[in-house]
Ligand binder design. Structure first.
Ligand SMILES: Nc1nc2c(ncn2[C@@H]2O[C@H](COP(=O)(O)OP(=O)(O)OP(=O)(O)O)[C@@H](O)[C@H]2O)c(=O)[nH]1
Ligand SMILES: [Mg+2]
Length: 332
């Protein structure tokens, strides 16, 4: 199962207590205050680890506690500041405060880190309270409590290319053909219930990540079919690849429906660089119908077949070109 949501409890460390103590030395009858300060409690920090791909670890451990700061001691010794507790998350994880819904961290780049719960400050020891009128303060502060929070983690897949199409259009078949991914493929709608990622190799140096998601139908924004919530998985893909099944009654109208559903989910998806392909062209007895269909487009969709492999080298070339145009090179 692909895990893309998790909820964890984080607790930063409490500050160490300040110390109340007086100097005791043989020849000093009334030693002054020498209680040290408490150390600060550890922060809880989230950091991107580029090797992680899922949130599966968080199904098994949900509570994360940083250490408390050390207590101050006599002879002016301050308590130890506790180390930060670092939680490693895959790139693309959005961290929200579960109570307010506010985004606490949007983790994109490797190594990026954010404090999600601050450790409490250590309390001051009595040495800090000595004044000219009170040279023997019998007062020391307690350490402040560390912040506690419930966090929601959401992982948006960081794919380069997102497949968009009606159910049964052949999205999973294409992913399986181009990558090592093995999504379920079947001749009925809504075979794919959760997103799949595959790495597609273009040549020795270049490869990209392709995401296969469930099919979209008209009214998906109203919850028809599987709804549109899974579109969040392709919100960050750099390029969209629309697959139009030429065995359906009106592939051009299918394209209009797909665009409309994307727009209702997130209007910026419609302006995303994209490619369009007519799939299953192997089933056409002759290509005249395809020519007629393509004539309705300014730049006609690319004819492909995920079964025979027709058109796939050209599709890869075009994907490669668009990925380079949109920048950041091609991820490996
Ligand atoms: N002839 C032919 N059949 C294809 C092609 N691509 C997919 N199919 C068939 O179409 C059916 C649906 O394929 P899937 O890959 O499961 O379709 P999907 O778009 O992933 O469907 P959902 O997961 O339900 O959205 C299967 O029976 C495939 O074998 C193709 O290029 N040519
Ligand atoms: Mg599928």
């Amino acid at each position: 199962m692909f895990i893309d949501y998790a909820r964890i409890h984080v607790q930063a460390g409490r500050g160490g207590h300040g110390c109340m103590s007086f100097r005791r030395e043989k020849n000093v009858p009334r030693g002054g205050p020498d209680g040290g300060h408490g150390g600060n409690g550890g922060n809880v920090v989230v950091r991107v680890d580029a090797r992680k791909r899922t949130l599966i670890d968080f199904r098994y451990q949900q509570i994360y506690r940083a250490e408390n700061g050390g207590a101050g001691q006599g002879k002016g010794m301050h308590g130890k500041t506790a180390p930060d507790l670092v939680i490693l998350l895959p790139p693309g994880t959005v961290v929200r405060d579960a109570q307010t819904g506010q985004i606490v961290a949007d983790l994109v780049e490797a190594g990026q880190s954010v404090i999600v719960a601050h450790g409490g400050t250590g309390g001051r020891g009595n040495s800090a309270f000595a004044t000219s009128t009170n040279r023997a303060p019998r007062r020391a502060e307690s350490g402040a409590p560390g912040e506690a929070r419930v966090l929601e983690l959401e992982l948006k897949l960081l794919a380069d290319v997102g497949l968009v199409g009606h159910p049964n259009a052949g999205k999973s078949t294409l992913l399986a053909r181009l990558s090592d991914a093995r999504p379920k493929i079947a001749d009925y709608p809504f075979t794919t219930l959760e997103p799949h990622l595959g790495i597609v190799r273009i040549d020795e140096d270049d490869s990209f990540v392709m995401a296969d998601i469930p099919g979209l139908i008209e009214g998906a924004h109203d919850g028809k079919g599987l709804g549109i919530q899974f579109l969040r998985h392709i919100e960050r893909t750099r390029v969209l690849l629309f697959l139009l099944d030429i065995t359906r009654p009106d592939p051009s109208d299918d394209y209009r429906v797909l665009q409309e559903e994307l727009r209702l989910f997130n209007p910026t998806l419609v302006t995303r660089p994209s490619l369009v392909a007519f799939t299953k062209v192997d089933v056409l007895p002759d290509r005249s119908s395809l020519t007629a269909l393509a004539a309705r487009w300014d730049s006609p969709p690319l004819p492909i077949s995920a079964v025979t492999g027709e058109g796939l080298p050209e599709l890869l070339r075009q994907i490669h070109r668009v990925l380079h145009e949109v920048g950041q090179g091609v991820s490996v």
